[in-house]
Design a protein around this ligand. Structure first.
Ligand SMILES: Cc1cc2nc3c(=O)[nH]c(=O)nc-3n(C[C@H](O)[C@H](O)[C@H](O)COP(=O)(O)O)c2cc1C
Ligand SMILES: [Fe+2]
Ligand SMILES: [Fe+2]
Length: 396
């Protein structure tokens, strides 16, 4: 039983579920858990925006029940059919038998294909159409590919409030429901954006164009805290990440078996830092790849290292490369390094991948046979300096 009541504005409640023990959200590292947010609007019509992930229907229904009898719900708004938001519609229909599901045309198609055998009482709404709820209303805005094709958001003009679904979301479980009560939201927001949204950055910019000039006081996303202060700051961050996220910084990532490549990585990192460019470093074998991806998104230079393993980059680095690709790294400097034993191969593969991903500049790779000597480590340091200088030049 739950009794936490969160009234955002009069008659609009957060009724989501908190997943305190979530550590891996389909590959996104979530060391602080996560939430699935749903929102209940009490007006002449009773409306639920989105639902929650598998196994959380009871928490959702319990929260709704502390506010109103779920049987009174008229509308279930389905903004996005991914299972973390749509799994509970079938359970909701059992307790809210008169409710209609409001969704986009593709939302209807996706719901039927995702839950074969379930009969959904669906009403399809057009892009830009409005639904009166009594004193308040909702305007539906389709934002295809942020981050699925059927996605829409719902704007309540009377409160200047938007239910933004996955946009502006992050995975973090917290006793607080508002972002201004949480100090360190930047990294979880960035991780969520880079892992789930950045691939579709162009769609985010299109969505921004669609809502240009619309007054906004409150953003209610489907994950993490609600934004009610500094709305301009958060929309500005999203805009920057969607256009050019790079800052004057670098990241070195690597994987190694016998630590030669690690020695190279640290020497390169020192070289970059020595010219005044902050450089982060990640051992990809020990980290969630999504964590390094978040750092790579904001780095101007991404330096990837791997020992050669059967003519290829060692698995952790090989596995990281699609994460880089999905950042759309077309404004980044790339470089590859690593230790090999005889024929080598890792850095050749990595360098070609950086080129294929359309890095704006790719350096010649740096190889060391077996254990780096002092002379080799000096070369690594200088390689880092060269990368650092290129980063500096890009910002001057
Ligand atoms: C399972 C395995 C496969 C390897 N395959 C190759 C190879 O195909 N070509 C090559 O040049 N070196 C190969 N090596 C040698 C390593 O690349 C070499 O020992 C390197 O110095 C290891 O770097 P590290 O200390 O960063 O792990 C292989 C080593 C291991 C353990
Ligand atoms: Fe999603
Ligand atoms: Fe989601």
């Amino acid at each position: 039983m739950t009794s936490e009541k969160v009234e955002i504005v009069k008659g609009v409640y957060w009724v989501g579920a908190i997943d305190w023990t979530l550590r891996d959200f389909h590959g996104l590292w979530t060391p602080r858990g996560g939430t699935y947010n749903a929102y209940l609007i009490i007006d002449e019509k009773i409306t639920l925006i989105d639902t929650v992930a598998p196994n959380f229907s009871k928490e959702l229904i319990d929260r709704i029940s502390t506010i109103i009898d779920p049987a009174k719900i008229d509308y279930l708004i389905c903004q996005h059919v991914e299972p973390d938001h749509s799994t509970s519609y079938a359970d909701m229909l059992k307790v809210a038998p008169k409710a209609k599901i409001i969704t986009s045309m593709r939302g209807a198609e996706f719901l039927e294909k995702s839950y074969p055998g379930v009969k959904f009482p669906i009403k399809i709404v057009e892009d830009g159409s409005s639904l009166g709820l009594g004193k308040r209303s909702l305007t539906f805005v389709q934002i295809p590919m942020v981050h699925w094709p059927e996605t829409m958001i719902s704007y309540m003009p009377e409160e200047q409030l938007v239910f933004s679904n996955d946009a502006f979301g992050m995975q973090i479980a917290s006793p607080y429901r508002y972002a201004d009560q949480i100090d360190d939201w930047y990294e979880p927001l960035r991780a969520y954006y880079s892992y789930i949204v950045r691939w579709n950055a162009a769609a985010v910019l299109k969505a921004f164009k669609k809502i240009e000039g619309v007054p906004l006081k409150i953003i209610c996303p489907s994950h993490g805290p609600i934004w009610r202060k500094n709305i301009d700051q958060i929309t500005e961050i999203y805009h920057r990440w969607s256009s050019s996220p790079e800052k004057e910084q670098a990241v070195v990532v690597y994987s190694t078996i016998w630590k030669s490549t690690k020695q190279m990585a640290y020497a390169i990192r020192e070289g970059i830092a020595s010219v005044g460019v902050p450089a982060d470093i990640y051992n990809l074998e020990e980290e969630y790849l999504s964590r390094a991806q978040g750092a790579a998104m904001e780095a101007k230079a991404v330096v990837v290292g791997a020992m050669t393993y059967n003519i290829d980059p060692y698995y952790p680095t090989a596995a990281f490369m699609p994460y880089l690709k999905h950042l759309r790294p077309t404004s980044k400097i790339g470089a590859a390094f690593g230790s090999y034993g005889w024929g080598g191969g890792a850095t050749k593969v990595l360098t070609q991948q950086l080129k294929d991903f359309k890095f704006s500049e790719v350096l010649e790779p740096l190889d060391v046979q077996f254990r780096p000597t002092e002379e080799d480590l000096k070369r690594c340091f200088e390689y880092g300096q060269e990368i650092g200088r290129k980063v500096k030049a890009a910002f001057s």
